[in-house]
Design a protein around this ligand. Structure first.
Ligand SMILES: [Zn+2]
Length: 116
């Protein structure tokens, strides 16, 4: 994959992630507001649901933030000329995989192998 294509993919992915982060922030703000002065969350089903919603949104925010950092590192790899190679087996990562996740550092086969 050439650098120009890689950068374009990453820019699109970054916009997508930022959009999702905005959405998560709005959800967190809404929960914060709804939760207001609930003090007895454990015994209040609605309070519990809000706490659950909160932890889900927080989890999403952490994951999205991590992806943004991975994208930054991927940008460095484009500059170094090592972008698009699997860090494990050194094969070229298929374009279709990079189109979905331009921040990828390993090919799907290696990620699957590591998971097992
Ligand atoms: Zn690999």
């Amino acid at each position: 994959m050439d650098a120009e294509t890689a950068r374009a993919l990453m820019a699109r992915r970054r916009d997508d992630i930022r959009g999702r982060l905005d959405e998560v922030d709005r959800r967190l703000a809404a929960v914060r507001e709804a939760r207001g002065d609930w003090t007895d969350e454990e015994h209040d089903p609605e309070g519990f649901a809000l706490t659950h919603e909160w932890s889900q949104a927080e989890g999403a925010r952490v994951r999205l933030g991590a992806t943004l950092r991975e994208l930054e590192r991927a940008g460095d790899r484009v500059s170094e000329g090592s972008y698009g190679r699997c860090a494990v087996c050194d094969a070229e990562i298929p374009t279709a995989q990079l189109e979905l996740q331009p921040e990828r550092t390993a090919c799907v086969a290696c990620v699957d192998r590591r998971r097992r």
